[in-house]
Design a protein. Structure first.
Length: 474
């Protein structure tokens, strides 16, 4: 179709740029921090903004109550005989404070040339709007597809109400495929299609050996020190210098990357220098780029997020503290399960220090997407069309709880068409997005949806036969 030529789509993006930027400004300046109960009204407000935007661009929209923060469901409908593609994004964001190292106010949209600074700009409000602009163009110009929009507002807190909600709405949300736009490229010059997500399992380890602070001169020596004991316990779990997890059996279920995956990593253009620069890291455990990529995407981890206990103020307070807590988590890869990791970690901790209390946090299983077939091929072709370069297939180091839920409940395959860059700063100070990715993303989504309409209902059976990529529950 002539309307889907690159020239026509570039002209559309240029004409819509100011409108897009105004909408991005409005949505970034809504502090939709889902983890903060004081921001509940702002989270509700961002859902309202999302529904209004869908309506303003020619779609139908409703806000679905979940028992927690709401879910936005939009529909750009062409007809019952056409296949349906669902585009998923989230509109809630991580907390942010100027004191964390922001150069601008985190909830004030701050353009700087072609870059847009503000919390949520790239995770995930910018990509959400980009995908919607591309979908609106595709529908106006005759793509033979129905487009559903699912904008969640609880992704940053593990999607606690998402699965139950879409289960209740299953008939209304029936779809042939789901496309998620919440993943990261290898670099600005190298488009990437994510093929897997790591899972996550969190733990809180607590040790209490007394009732109050005690003088280290009168009790030190015989008194147990819980901070020191937790440090020793963590060292029993993890070789901090190499990153190797010491818990027996931890790596038993890990599936090594396939040969084609290793080939894709080698041609990705990944460099350790760029990785360190993008993430403001002074040094890494390893410098070989291949090993860095495999550790990041193909291997599980044991991370220590914080150890709290004892005196933290100025000067020296010579006490033996009564309690300490370590907050840790494991990133999981296919075919690991949260249930087995919980059992391994709990058993090991109790064997090493029986007095430590293990509190198990929320878990997400890893996910592996289909890499062959009409939809993955259409996504790769759309990225090539929009950005002029063949995308590489890589895994994603993070987790998206809604992905497993959508495949499990809706019975549709889930794919990834991400637009964020490493330097955009997911969850970091000075988070940003940029016009180049927004413009290219509009082209990519419009082209993909045109192609999805040509695919037709080839994947319609998937709605009746859910496929689970990995064992275990979230």
């Amino acid at each position: 179709m002539k309307a889907f030529s690159k020239g026509h789509l570039l002209a559309y993006a240029a004409a819509e740029r100011r409108r897009f930027e105004r909408s991005l400004r409005e949505i970034v300046e809504i502090p939709s921090v889902s983890v903060d109960s004081a921001r509940a009204r702002d989270v509700a407000r961002v859902a309202g903004f999302g529904a209004d935007l869908i309506r303003a661009m020619g779609g139908r929209a409703r806000i679905i109550a979940t028992g927690g923060h709401p879910l936005v469901h939009g529909l750009l409908h062409r007809g019952p005989s056409f296949p349906t593609v669902t585009i998923y994004n989230h509109l809630d964001v991580q907390p942010a404070d100027r004191a964390d190292g922001w150069r601008t106010e985190p909830f004030r949209f701050t353009p700087a040339g072609d870059r847009y600074f503000g919390r949520g700009a790239t995770d995930d409000k910018g990509p959400a709007l980009t995908a919607h602009w591309g979908a609106a163009y595709a529908m106006r110009h005759g793509a033979n597809v129905n487009v559903q929009i699912l904008w969640e507002t609880e992704e940053e807190i593990g999607s606690p109400h998402f699965e139950a909600t879409i289960r209740k709405q299953r008939r209304a949300l029936a779809t042939d495929a789901v496309v998620v736009s919440d993943t990261v490229w290898v670099s600005r010059t190298q488009p990437a299609c994510s093929t897997a997500l790591r899972g996550l399992q969190g733990f809180r380890l607590t040790l209490e050996t007394g009732a109050t602070d005690q003088h280290s001169g009168t009790t030190g020596g015989p008194a147990r020190n819980p901070v020191a004991e937790l440090c020793a316990l963590v060292a029993e779990c993890l070789d901090a210098r190499t990153g190797r997890v010491r818990i027996p059996g931890f790596y038993d279920d890990v599936v090594p990357p396939a040969r084609w995956e290793l080939d894709e990593l080698r041609r990705s253009g990944f460099t350790t220098a760029t990785f360190k620069r993008d993430h403001l890291l002074r040094s890494l455990r390893v410098d070989d780029p291949q090993e860095v990529m495999e550790r990041l995407w193909c291997l599980p981890t044991f991370e220590v997020h914080g150890i709290a206990g004892g005196y933290q103020g100025p000067g020296l307070k010579t006490i033996v503290p009564p309690r300490a807590t370590a907050i840790v988590s494991c990133r999981l890869v296919p075919n690991m399960t949260t249930s087995r990791v919980i059992r391994l970690v709990t058993t090991w901790v109790r064997a090493k220090n029986a007095d430590v209390t293990v509190e198990v946090g929320h878990g997400l299983a890893p996910y592996r997407a289909r890499t062959d077939g009409p939809h993955p091929e259409a996504i790769r072709a759309a990225l090539r069309f929009a950005f002029g370069r063949e995308p590489v297939r890589v895994r994603e180091g993070g987790s998206i709880g809604a992905v497993l839920s959508m495949e499990r409940v809706l019975g549709a395959p889930v794919f990834f068409l991400g637009l964020s860059l490493p330097e955009h700063g997911y969850h970091a100070p000075n988070e940003n997005y940029d016009w180049r990715q927004a413009r290219g993303g509009m082209l990519a989504f419009a082209d993909y949806l045109r192609r999805a309409g040509e695919i037709g209902g080839q994947t319609s059976d998937s709605r009746r036969a859910p496929r689970r990529r990995t064992a275990g529950k979230e």
